[in-house]
Design a binder for this molecule. Sequence first.
Ligand SMILES: [Zn+2]
Length: 118
Amino acid sequence: MSKMNIHTNDQVLVISGEKDKRKGKQAKVLSVDTAAHKVVVEGVAMVKRHQKSRAQGQPGGIIDKETAIDVSNVMLVCPKCNKPTRVGHAVVEKVYRDDTKKMKSVRVCKECGAQIDA
Ligand SMILES: [Zn+2]
């Protein structure tokens, strides 16, 4: 199983791309494809798509839609220090409501050391 360091709803910084306008853009991850190592980032890599009408009486048309980009093109923005960062990992002990304990791997910001996942 391959696991990516970028998850849905993460804030990321686009660090490279075929088009310069993508670079430097900060936005939210809409979805991830772990198998393909790709992410869809809000407002990034937009293409025009033809859309058929979904409901009767509603015209189809051309809409702007995000396409997936390679995960290596983005960097996680730490929610604690707001800096783009490489992702580290730490194993923490999580205590559940029924007092059971479980070791859990969480992402850690390499800039400030903050734990990113709850
Ligand atoms: Zn941080």
